[in-house]
Ligand binder design. Structure first.
Ligand code: ZN
Length: 260
């Protein structure tokens, strides 16, 4: 074997091995929890969400597993997933709550929609309320309606490239008391514009601060209030934010950014 041939084979090998190091597919794994037995508008959203995220896995970029069994929220099942998604439900039993808390405290990722953050006096899970930024469900609009959102930070990876305001598709919007914004460790990405008020016909949100997308920066998590009915994925701007939120939580994994 002559020298030049050997060297060119060596460089080809180095190029190929470099490529294979970069191209590790799937890049990450998501486990999405959903319920088929909650209110029908939340089941509609779950069906749409599963379809939306499954389509994003084309090319085996990532794994999107789903389960409608909340008992799967246990250490053994969730340990290999980089992100747990709560589409239309939340942990119920003590064991599920404990498994979730441990997962998050050890650096796991969470992406929750709409009712995933619902809590009231009957919830009796202070850690979870704190995790969400301290807000208790206060009031909502009815019927579900589109609403103008204000994007609050155009530089953050979750909101980069979005317009300052956009009209989000029909949703039931929740307001929280106190507003999660009052917490220093909460980063608000988007909120209801005050131009919407009074929002609703039967149930009214008349005023107040209403964050709709935020992170508790003590954890790797994003909460997004959209998730009611079958219109959520009809807006490209909002879809962009949803994908960016997923990407950001994954990218901040303590083991490194899989997108680099
Ligand atoms: Zn709802």
């Amino acid at each position: 074997m002559n020298n030049i041939f050997f060297r060119s084979m060596l460089s080809l090998f180095l190029v190929l091995s470099g490529m294979s190091l970069k191209a590790q597919f799937p890049r990450f794994k998501v486990l999405a929890f959903y319920s088929k037995t909650v209110e029908s508008a939340h089941v509609d959203f779950a069906n749409d969400a599963i379809k939306f995220f499954k389509e994003l896995t084309v090319g085996r970029g990532f794994v999107f597993d789903t389960t409608s069994n909340m008992a799967d929220l246990n250490e053994n099942k969730i340990k290999d997933y980089q992100l747990l998604m709560m589409i239309n439900d939340f942990p119920h039993s003590e064991a599920q709550r404990k498994a979730f808390q441990n997962y998050m405290e050890q650096g796991g990722g969470w992406f929750g929609f709409h009712v995933a953050a619902y809590n009231d006096r009957t919830t009796k899970w202070p850690w979870f309320v704190d995790f969400l930024g301290g807000g208790i469900f206060y009031r909502n609009n009815w019927p579900p309606m589109p609403a103008a959102l204000v994007v609050e930070d155009l530089q953050h990876p979750v909101t980069k490239g979005l317009p300052k305001t956009f009209v989000a598709p029909i949703n039931e919007w929740y307001q929280w008391k106190p507003s999660p914004r009052e917490r220093k460790n909460v980063k608000v990405f988007a909120s209801l514009s005050s131009d919407n008020y009074p929002l609703g016909l039967k149930d009214i949100i008349p005023d107040g601060d209403t964050p709709v997308a935020w992170s508790n920066t003590d954890y790797r998590m994003v909460y997004l209030n959209v998730g009611h009915g079958h219109h959520i994925f009809t807006d490209a701007t909002q879809n962009k934010m949803i994908i960016a939120a997923l990407r950001w939580v994954i990218a901040t994994d303590k083991k490194g950014n899989v997108f680099r």
